[in-house]
Design a protein around this ligand. Sequence first.
Ligand SMILES: [Mn+2]
Length: 232
Amino acid sequence: MEIQKNLEIIDLCLKYKNTLIIGDLQFGYEEYLNKKGVMIPRFQTEDAIERIKNTISKCRDLKRIVLNGDIKHEFGRISKQEWSSITRLIDGLIKDYEVVIVKGNHDVMLEPIIRNYGEKISFVEKFVLDDLFIVHGDKIFECNEKTIIIGHEHPSISFVEKPGEKFKCFLKGKWKRKNLIVIPSFSSLAVGSDIKHGKFLSPYLEKGIGNFEVFIVEDKTYNFGKFKNLEI
Ligand SMILES: [Mn+2]
């Protein structure tokens, strides 16, 4: 589904011309939970890599992959699981694509991994693509482009009929006079924070999301219209 001209939602990602933009992967989240005593099996990396491959297979003429921050979960250190997951993913991607990693707030220690790849990868605070400005979303950057794309927020939504179930969603609205698009988290474990609670992490969303359109991703993408008009 086209969320705006030339910008298409494909599964949990956004495609613009020959570039695919992927939201927060949060690798290493299981290891972190395991350490906290939550015993869940470690399937996240397999899931994510399969899902990325599947998404890529739906895109023609792809040349570039942009990972929009929070590739890893833990702050301040790199766990074994994160190191091997990130290496496997990047090894796979750089064979066929130019890879751009936009720095997220959890990515403070990502440099040692990325350094191994030399110039094949760009590791940046922000990435400009024609009139798109891609940033993680944990802090505001000034920009001249018309459309800002962020992750960080992990938007999802639940409905009264099924209060226990959350659906990942894209959000599209305005920030100042620019278009703002929020990509859901790509992680199968971090389903996301329910946008109904009205508390937002990203400073780009501090004025609320009443006028934002909600696009839910399930078997396909569903446009649910404006958030303020939803009966939930
Ligand atoms: Mn983040």
